[in-house]
Design a protein around this ligand. Structure first.
Ligand SMILES: [Zn+2]
Length: 400
């Protein structure tokens, strides 16, 4: 399994300057290659005898000219421009496969980053060694064992992080879940999540104060004159606050998924499609911001590491509208209704807990039927088949 472990770095001034320069070189190479790609592609369209652009050819082309035209590129690791162009190749691959939009030019200050291949750095406890730069302190050590593939150094606000890609090879290297049972998780409107056990996981706390500060800072930024030093300062302050809030949310989501996978073997969740996300825009900020796919991705890789599984409900599964005791299904249930009484069995249902319970039952029954599928499936099929055979036969006869 491929895992990226992101760790905060503590570079000294010289190292931070190097990072900024390497990220700048990566951005320049990426943008240069993208412009060349466009130019060469247009040329190919006019004259098919020309060659179509490829990332490998562009890398060779840059290598041939960089000593003369961009000598400053040699001051940082050769990985910075090379990996950026490889990433451009990936971006085009994703574009041609319909997975993403046409590659865009990278902008300074927006996700500044550069990538190193595993022969260009080494890790020893709480530090990483980068050629021409020496050891850089990491805030924690790498938590995953396995083959180290690459590392990406990136900037968020004024801080630097390294994201280390590891192939853990052995997938289930963590202890099994404590509780081999199942749980359903309903992603919350007000809370982060409600579990079928009745637990309510609140969203991260420090939100309100920070969000108020966020508003104040953005107002103060809008009052500053464009291009002024004060505006620059206010902008950096705002970026730091954004990064802090994002970190708090990300931390809450990781804690939730770690806690769930540590405790339960089987976890039932809803399939929130994009349209559902829009409809459910009151979803707790942590999940709404990070995206439901991030929640699901974390759950899936964390359960896989413990030999557990995630069961995702069908997109149209009415988890909120179905009574988890008798199975009665309501016609409609507005989002504002937090509690309802089942007209069939008379039990009062908490909306979120009821949904979580349904998701748990769904997860349990789908894993049970997966084990017993052979027998059940065959008998059902054999009961159906003769009828269809007969029908086919009779239609064939009538054609004669
Ligand atoms: Zn009922």
């Amino acid at each position: 399994m491929l895992i990226a472990h992101r760790i905060a770095l503590d570079p000294n001034n010289v190292q931070a300057t190097y990072f900024a320069r390497a990220a700048g070189t990566a951005r320049f190479a990426y943008n240069w290659a993208l412009a060349e790609w466009k130019r060469q592609y247009e040329a190919w369209k006019l004259d098919n005898r020309q060659t179509k652009p490829t990332q490998a050819a562009l890398r060779r082309q840059l290598n041939a000219i960089k000593r003369e035209q961009f000598p400053w590129m040699l001051e940082v690791t050769k990985n910075a421009p090379q990996m950026a162009i490889i990433q451009l190749g990936e971006a085009f691959k994703n574009f041609f496969a319909g997975r993403s939009r046409y590659p865009q030019f990278r902008k300074k200050g927006v996700h500044d980053r550069f990538t190193l291949t595993n022969d260009q750095f080494s890790i020893d406890g709480c530090r990483i060694r980068i050629p021409n730069l020496g050891w850089v302190r990491m805030r924690e050590s790498l938590r995953f064992a396995g083959k180290i593939l690459s590392a990406t150094v990136s900037r968020v606000a004024d801080r630097w992080f390294v994201s280390i890609n590891v192939d853990t090879q052995d997938d289930s290297h963590l202890p099994l879940a404590e509780n081999q049972g199942a749980a359903g998780v309903d992603l919350g409107v007000s809370a982060l999540a409600t579990l079928s056990t009745g637990e309510i996981i609140p969203g991260p706390k420090p939100h309100k104060a920070l969000l108020a500060r966020l508003q104040r800072l953005s107002r103060s930024l809008s009052r500053k004159q464009k291009g002024s030093a004060n505006r620059k300062k206010a902008k950096a302050k705002l970026a730091r606050l954004h990064a802090r809030i994002a970190a708090i949310r990300s931390d809450a989501l990781h804690k939730l998924t770690t806690d769930l996978t540590r405790r339960f073997h089987t976890i039932g969740i809803e399939d929130l499609n994009v349209r559902g996300m829009v409809r459910n825009r009151h979803l707790a900020r942590s999940i709404a911001d990070m995206g439901f796919f991030e929640f699901r991705r974390q759950l899936e890789y964390k359960t896989a590491m413990r030999g557990g599984q995630v069961v995702v409900a069908d997109r149209f599964y009415p988890s909120s509208k179905t009574c988890s005791a008798c199975g009665h299904r309501l016609e409609a249930l507005p989002l504002a209704v937090r509690e309802w009484t089942c007209p069939a069995c008379g039990v009062v249902r908490d909306r979120d807990l009821n949904a979580a319970t349904n998701l748990k039952n769904m997860a349990v029954s789908s894993t049970a039927s997966a084990c017993g599928e052979e027998g059940a499936g065959r008998t059902r099929k054999s009961a159906v088949k003769p009828a269809s055979v007969k029908q086919e036969a009779s239609s064939r006869f009538s054609q004669k």
